[in-house]
Design a protein around this ligand. Structure first.
Ligand code: NAD
Ligand code: UD1
Length: 336
């Protein structure tokens, strides 16, 4: 299949392109590099078992999308802004890029007769869940503008599938993607101070930052720190391959959780990372971060039913692979 991968140079997209190529699919990266590096594309080409094409373009550019969609069988749509804090300060930029960009992409797909879409959603659409593990039919609610963009785009895609029975979509709700390709050549490269736990821990371990701040030690969890469902990005990439292969006429629109089903606390992740890296990760417990939930993990059974997929890689592999990437590329792709 020929797959247009919007946002394919980013963290999850880059791993997915390598996985698509390994399955014999022709991936075309469509990215404006607003949060990624052309070096990632060179590394994808090095790891992929067949050529991966690149179109430098923006999903808000209808004409460029029209050209890129020629002969495409399915689109994987990763392209979005994703920083929660920034979305609270710049909501309009998030609405424009994430919602506006998605509408332009859907219009371009309709015009080009491309009817299969895999959309990057997030566990953020569950807000503060009533209970864990979270099933896909749990109530949906949002707590910040970034989350709203994910929920709105899910709904827009659902409406389009209802209006156009030929249109098929999978809404993939990721829990907490971490880790890197086992080669250490591609991985997560946040610019500036990382917002998320795993890249922060990696940067402390490599010596780029002094100390991890643990946000809250008084949650109603076994050790008082927040519990999440960390999932290896290689498992996630494999789920996207399954997703494009699952979409077919009459499939319609379905939401699927992508997680392991296992909760891991902040301190458990710190310990696992120390073991994998052989480095100390100094930390101090400070106040809770506004908007954080105590516990969030998936019921991953629908992914097994719909995609025939389940996560295989454990916490140790997530930490080992994250560390291999971080230690070989202490400044991310800027180390190249
Ligand atoms: P990322 O920022 O590394 O990748 C997104 C890519 O999209 C980047 O390469 C960026 O340059 C590109 N992009 C952004 N706007 C664009 C536009 N208008 N036109 C073309 N390209 C554009 O992020 P990621 O971590 O790989 O996440 C991928 C997707 O998964 C995002 O939609 C994100 O919201 C979602 N998601 C991520 C996580 C996570 O923890 N990483 C969790 C849940 C959901
Ligand atoms: C974040 C996003 C969420 C997104 C999810 C998946 C925020 C507020 N939310 O959630 O929208 O869907 O990632 O990628 O950014 N922690 C620390 N110290 C740190 C960083 C994090 O203690 O420096 C803790 C957090 O309090 C939390 C856990 O580590 O308990 C995980 O945090 P993080 O990696 O930011 O992910 P989420 O909070 O799940």
């Amino acid at each position: 299949m020929k797959i247009l991968v919007c946002g394919g140079a980013g963290y999850i997209g880059s791993h997915t392109c390598v996985a698509l190529a390994a399955r014999g699919h022709d991936a075309v990266i469509y990215d404006n590099f607003s949060n990624s590096s052309p070096v990632a594309v060179e590394r994808i080409a090095e790891l992929a078992e067949r050529p991966v094409a690149l179109v430098e373009g923006d999903i808000r550019d209808a004409a460029q999308l029209a050209a890129a969609l020629e002969g495409v069988d399915a689109v994987i749509h990763f392209a979005a802004f994703k920083a929660v804090g920034e979305s609270c300060e710049q909501p309009l930029a998030y609405f424009e890029n994430n919602i506006g960009g998605s509408v332009t992409l859907l219009q371009a797909m309709e015009a080009a007769g491309v009817a299969n879409l895999v959309f990057s959603s997030s566990a953020t659409v569950y807000g503060d869940p009533d209970s864990v593990p979270i099933r896909e039919d749990a109530p949906l609610r949002v707590t910040n503008p970034y989350g709203r963009t994910k929920l709105v785009v899910e709904e827009l895609i659902g409406d389009l599938c209802a209006a156009r029975p030929g249109f098929n979509a999978l809404l993939l709700r990721y829990f907490n993607p971490v880790g890197a390709h086992p080669s250490g050549r591609i991985g997560e490269d946040p610019g500036g101070i990382p917002n998320n736990l795993m890249p922060y821990i990696s940067q402390v371990a490599v010596g780029a930052r002094d100390c991890l701040s643990v946000f809250g030690g008084d949650y109603p969890t076994p050790d008082g720190t927040g519990v999440r469902d960390y999932i290896h990005v290689m498992d996630l990439a494999e789920a996207h391959v399954r997703a494009v292969e699952t979409l077919r006429p009459g499939f319609g629109c379905q939401a699927v959780n992508l997680g392991t089903g296992q909760g891991v606390s902040v301190l458990e992740l710190v310990r696992a990372f120390e073991e994998a890296s052989g480095r100390k990760v100094p930390y101090r417990v400070i106040a809770r971060r506004a908007g954080d939930v105590a516990m969030c993990w998936a019921d991953p059974s629908r992914a097994a039913e719909v995609l025939g997929w389940r996560a295989r890689l454990d916490l140790q592999r997530m930490c080992e692979d994250a560390w291999r990437w971080q230690s070989a590329n202490p400044a991310g792709y800027r180390s190249a």
